[in-house]
Write a protein that binds this ligand. Sequence first.
Ligand code: SF4
Length: 472
Amino acid sequence: MSNSPSAMSGRKKPAPLNMVPEAPGAEASYFAAISDSPVSRAFSRKVSVHAGMGGVPVPREEIPALQERLRAGRGGRPAAAYVHLPYCENKCLYCGFFGGKYTENAGAVYLEALVREIELERAYCNPEAPINALYLGGGTPTAMQPDELLHLLQTLKQVLPLANDCEITVEGRIHNFEPKRIEACLEGGANRFSIGIQSFNTEIRRRLGRISTKEDIIRNLRFLARYNQAALIIDLIYGLPGQSLTDWEDDIRTFLDLPLDGVDLYQLNIFPGSALSSAIDTGRVPPAASLPQQGAFFERGVALMQGARCRRLSMSHWGRTARERNIYNPLAKKRADCLQFGAGAGGVLQGWSMFNHPKVEQYLQCCNAGEKPVAMMAAPSPDMSVVRVILEQMEFCRLNLNDVDAAFAGCTGRNGKKKDAHTLYAPLLDNWKKAGLVTQDGPWVELSLAGQFWQVNLTQALIGWQRQMGKE
Ligand code: SF4
């Protein structure tokens, strides 16, 4: 839908312009600058996490048998399912996920193929391996017609072994939430709506190609909340073109005034070649926030959420009420088993990553021929268990070095000796403590507020450093 992790799990895309992929030999950038302003100066840029979980691609001819074997062997570990609905009514200026314009015909043809793909899963379903979180993302799932959404959700419920308390999320745009769609989703079992608001400010929204005004959004969110049937979550983005710190504070205060259950506070990512990038370059829209300005937005966001006693459920996600559980996103982050459905959807099984055909035409052909439309698979990296611990725990702004040690069991480092996380990470952690990014209490490394802003850099450094040291 936007910058959300859920959307990221479903699509392959270039790194955003304000986050660069880690270059080979980047270990020097693992060390932070020591200054009196770590939020703005610890690193010169943000990197994107490059966990390298799927290092070795699987030869094309081996994909069908391998993915079948992995599906059939899925055990009772916590698991998720992701369903991708690529179409949107229009393209937002900043978007890196637009999968085509929604038309009733395109939506109907796509749904027919998607249902076929889901039906293929019947052959592998193991009731002893329940799905804990089901996520309908996009694109804009709520662009689909009410009867289509109901049919899709009912098919998923019939085919997949959903846990009794499965979190079932439908992503959408607020103007789609009229009674027929809401009731179709609820009848289909949705118990969580994730709505991409990005900003309540009408002028900022219009600049980005969003449709609804602030007043429309507030009215529709209050209407949706009156059903009292599902957790209501919104996304807000900071650093948008022309957005001031006061605008950002207004957005958060508006969230706090509404009967909502949770919010994601995301940093704006500008994708190379995106319409937003060229609109800024040509001066059609004001510039987006600089990195130091984004740091200030981040700090203010955390302060306001903490001041309102919201619960931090992950790096960017906050719960306001007990109804919000946030099950899907942490599962996706830690690379838990995730069944994928839909064009371009990404999944993971026992550490093997896989992607469906991203082009809708090829996707339709495969599904209509009765084949699972997997286009690409990659093996887990040898250090997958370590990477999983780092990804999972850093998502909660901390790392337990003893847990990393346990994951190192079986890995050997320099001179064939078993790796020891405390010794291995000592040079990095000493530097990060001096730079004001972390504190340490026994095995627990906790990110400071500045460390949280640079969480992606620190996560990538922890992954890259143990790989680099393992080679020497
Ligand atoms: S609604 Fe806008 S931001 Fe969301 S996927 Fe569609 S084009 Fe992108």
